[in-house]
Design a protein around this ligand. Structure first.
Ligand SMILES: [Zn+2]
Length: 479
């Protein structure tokens, strides 16, 4: 049996069930009472805070300022940009009554904030000296989900949304790529998630954008996860909201705007990039606890608990996030399994005999020679390096997995084989009808046109028309 009370269904048996079990059992989330809503429990929220603080630092280091805009947006704002309202209408939650009365104009609970921020930008920008305007907001947004999945698709989620206004296309496109670069770094350096950066095909663009760029990670079932997007809006929103400036020649010009977002969806990405049959595997740089110490208390021995607390204090001094699990009445074996399921990178077992020998048994969550005794004296100094090594190991493991599940394909048989287990790099005609046909037959969609793709042309892998984009497109089934 692959499953017991504290264990989870094996990934290989049923990936979707594995995911659902592990996010609940590990204490990351619970279900909210309203459909599709999610309670982020402390263990999951710690992970989010880790990601948030690092992302926030990078956003600020590149010249952006945080601000906050209202949750409620007049419904008419959304209709001002035709494609935007069309794209978001099916997902909107609308407030029609408040204060015991029907509202004159309904209010939309923000699904994203281009409209309300656009309205403010129009007010704040008048001259070229006001540009660029570089804003970021940390907020919750609501998009009604018919098929919710924890972290991946929830009716309400947390994110940051960057919104910027620029003097011209060149500057706005530079900003779009800057934000994409931040996401790529955060995914790789913090989440140990190797991602492909690329442009979305027109059919996959954000509603109202002139160009959408994405980072795409491969999950351990071979599916893709869009983990962050960055949009160049052209002057679409500027025209809809009147975002204009006066140039040197005293002429009125439309601003070029961008927006970009990364959300709590990223947590689902971390879970599915690194997890295994035993449960979660957290990269140390994001892990709520990097190290858990389990004192082995035989016969009411409290000496080991004191020694564990002492070791924890010394580890904290070197910047390690550590937790001592001294719960009585629970066997060490149970704790080992539980913390493995909860994805803690390193476990330290400390019993009376270890204490006598002046060492602790160190057990890494994954990898070769994962178990070895370590001297208590040098452990605190050694631990940051051990954690960094584990972080690098996870990135290498995920990269190897992705690369071995990605194939450059030249005919339809190769294509269907590739997208049944991972990604296909294929030439495509660019026609929306052809994309739809591929999706209906294989469930695969174009994930992106990779930025670093080699120039190549030929015939479409599906319809044999001439290929578009001048390079291969990555196709895969996606979350
Ligand atoms: Zn085609």
């Amino acid at each position: 049996m692959a499953r017991d009370e504290r264990g989870v269904t094996a990934q290989s048996e049923d990936f979707a069930t594995w995911y659902n079990e592990v996010v609940f059992k590990a204490g990351l989330v619970d279900r909210g009472p309203a459909k599709g809503t999610m309670v982020i429990r402390p263990y999951g929220y710690r992970l989010w805070e880790q990601l948030q603080s690092e992302l926030d630092r990078r956003i600020k280091d590149t010249g952006h300022e945080n601000a906050y805009f209202p949750l409620l947006i007049p419904e008419s704002y959304l209709s001002r940009e035709a494609e935007h309202v069309e794209g978001f209408s099916p997902e909107l939650a609308v407030v029609t009554h408040a204060g015991g009365k029907e509202l004159e104009e309904p209010l939309v609970v923000r699904p994203t904030s281009e409209t309300i921020i656009g309205e403010m930008m129009a007010k704040w920008i008048s001259s070229h000296r006001d540009l660029p305007l570089l804003l970021n907001q940390w907020a919750n947004v609501v998009r009604w989900e018919l098929r919710p999945r924890m972290f991946l698709r929830t009716t309400e989620f947390l994110w940051q949304e960057g919104h910027t206004a620029h003097i011209d296309e060149t500057d706005a496109r530079r900003e779009t790529m800057l934000a994409l670069g931040i996401y790529e770094q955060v995914a790789r350096d913090l989440a140990a998630m190797p991602v492909i950066t690329g442009e979305k095909t027109p059919g996959e663009r954000f509603a109202g954008a002139a160009a959408t760029f994405t980072i795409e990670g491969m999950m351990r079932d071979g599916r893709a996860l869009q983990a962050g997007t960055s949009h160049y809006m052209g002057t679409n929103f500027a025209r809809a909201f009147g975002i204009r400036y006066t140039d040197d020649a005293e002429q009125q010009q439309w601003c070029h705007t961008t927006s970009w977002g990364m959300s709590t969806r990223m947590i689902g990405g971390v879970v599915m990039t690194h997890g295994d049959d035993k449960g979660l595997v957290f990269p140390p740089r994001l892990a709520p606890y990097q190290v858990v110490i389990v004192p082995i208390m035989r016969g009411g021995n409290t000496e080991v608990v004191t020694a564990a607390e002492d070791l924890a204090a010394r580890l904290r001094e070197t910047g390690v996030r550590v937790h001592v699990d001294a719960r009585p009445q629970i066997t060490p074996g149970f704790k080992y399994n539980e913390w493995e399921m909860r994805g803690v990178p390193v476990r330290l077992e400390l019993g009376p005999r270890d204490l006598e020998a002046g060492s602790a048994m160190m057990v890494k969550r994954l990898g070769e020679d994962r178990k070895r005794p370590m001297p208590l004296t040098s452990l605190p100094q050694a631990m940051p390096g051990i954690l960094e090594e584990f972080q690098a190991f996870l990135l290498a493991r995920a990269t190897e997995f992705r690369d071995s599940h990605t194939a450059s394909v030249n005919d339809w048989d190769e294509f269907t084989a590739a997208v049944s287990t991972g990604w296909a790099r294929a030439l495509h005609c660019g026609a929306a009808a052809c994309e739809d046909d591929i999706k209906s037959v294989t469930a695969a969609t174009p994930r992106c046109i990779p930025l670093d793709g080699e120039p190549e042309t030929g015939t479409c892998v599906r319809c044999a028309n001439l290929s578009s984009y001048g390079k291969r497109v990555i196709f895969g089934r996606a979350y």
